[in-house]
Design a protein around this ligand. Structure first.
Ligand code: RP5
Length: 157
């Protein structure tokens, strides 16, 4: 299977959050590759990942980080591919630090920012972007959404 989605995160400690994106993509039969890419600890890896992303066949990048969460924004500065940011919850500030670090990008370099801990929605957003030009995936995504809708009970009891 091709891997049009890159799932990157600043630390192995982000994986328990970020694996929700991978699980959604598995359900939708969308290929992905994961990597640890830290804006601060491995800046050269970030640079290489961003500059080679298009030629490596990636179509969209899901980037999660916590605290001083500069990875999604820096990745957006290095590639024209859409970057979906996931603020990872933190102990000290609950993830509001992560959210603010990711969401407030300057004009020209957007990051599509999810809710704190919103990796599943990041996977769905990546799938929706790819589905624009992939009819089979669009059908799977519509079925996934219909199944979720059908699973919601009409009453609480
Ligand atoms: C960030 O610092 C990572 O994205 C992670 O959320 C946070 C803490 O990293 P560790 O100290 O657990 O490796 O760069």
């Amino acid at each position: 299977m091709s891997a049009p989605v890159g799932i990157i995160m600043g630390s192995t400690s982000d994986w328990p959050t970020m694996k929700a994106a991978a699980e959604i993509l598995d359900e939708l039969e969308v290929g992905y590759k994961t990597a640890i890419v830290s804006a601060h600890r491995t800046p050269d890896r970030l640079w290489e990942y961003g500059t080679s992303a298009v030629e490596r066949g990636l179509k969209v990048i899901v980037a999660g980080a916590g605290g001083a969460a500069h990875l999604p924004g820096m990745m957006a500065s290095k590639t024209r591919l859409p970057v979906i940011g996931v603020p990872v919850q933190t102990k000290a500030l609950g993830g509001v630090d992560s959210l603010h670090s990711i969401v407030q990008m300057p004009r020209g370099y957007p990051v599509a920012t999810m809710a704190i801990g919103g990796a599943a929605n990041a996977g769905l957003m990546a799938a929706a972007i790819l589905a624009v030009s992939d009819d089979a995936l669009a059908t799977r995504l519509e079925a996934w959404r219909a199944a979720l809708s059908a699973s919601i009970p009409e009453r609480p009891e």
